[in-house]
Design a binder for this molecule. Sequence first.
Ligand code: PLP
Length: 371
Amino acid sequence: MSVECEKVGGINLSQGVCDVPAPEPVLLGAAEALKTGKNSYTRHDGVTELRRAIARKLSDFNGIQADPESEIVVASGSTGAFYCACLALLEPGDEVIIFEPYYGYHVQTLLAVGAVPRYVRMQPPDWEFKEADIEAAVTPRTRGILINTPANPCGKVFSEAELKYLASLAQRHDFWLFTDEIYEYITYDGLRHLSPAAIPGAAERTITISGLSKTFSITGWRIGYLACEQRAAEMIGYMSDLVYVCPPAPLQYGTARGIMELGSDYYDELREDLRAKRDAICTALDEGGMAPYKPAGAYYVLADISRLPGDSSKEKAMWLLEKSGVACVPGEAFFHEATDGKNLARFCYAKPNEALHEACSRLAGLKKILR
Ligand code: PLP
């Protein structure tokens, strides 16, 4: 959709790229590292400054205690962290439970290592899942479950009760909890992000994955990390070394500086800015005849596009691009059965105000055509 959008000079609300400026301390930290010659390979699991900064942040924000010397691996984005965790901990044929609608990279990464995704549906509007569906998905080959909270694409923020249930299930059947918490700072309406590893008894079987791409608007820097018990961290670090050697050295220093220097006001502003953007796009989608499922977190909204012409969500998304010049992601990208997601589209609203407001006015304007 990004390619199609570029062809028509449209407004791209498809890819999860935040086009807002990165915070000053992050940029200065990286610039200084470049100038002072921090351009070599780093320790495979990241520079000490960054591992320590992450350990402090994990303790303060997530309630997770991790030793920066042995239980944290800085990786090439959270994408690289998850891939290396799968390489290290899964065998071909191992099954991993995954919630649907899902983030495509999660499924493709599992498939790339020969693992088998087992899908469990979440139901709108609140994206709840049934415990019976999860229990039915557990087999003797289950080696893990993937929890993405706040979730892409639906914006679900998992509750404490849900996480406790999933942690106890993992304990009962002895499998890993892989988490993707990349949107951890982006929750709305007073909801708080909860890390699965902070659930009592869950830390030893949880691979907590996150990164700074979204929080600092540095998706191209490729700085992510994971935290887990020492033995798993050692094996995952080994894989990260083999595949990536290390994440970019100067960018690790910039990221460390950002974590250490930015205070709660930065994160509050980020949340508030995205909350206003969420409300603006939800209002516009509603007006335009595409009812939104208001997200509780992250920066995407799924909307019901059943009224748009077309036989598939792709055709509907192309129609939308042609008529309004706004690009979205067709819903079928988030389901394993091609016909599912047929009436859904995902819009990313982490865009500068001017572009987002123009997109909103175009989306709202569709009501004239769709009536
Ligand atoms: N995880 C989720 C759920 C995402 O939506 C994205 C990007 O859109 C990523 C991970 C990628 O993160 P990173 O840049 O740290 O690899």
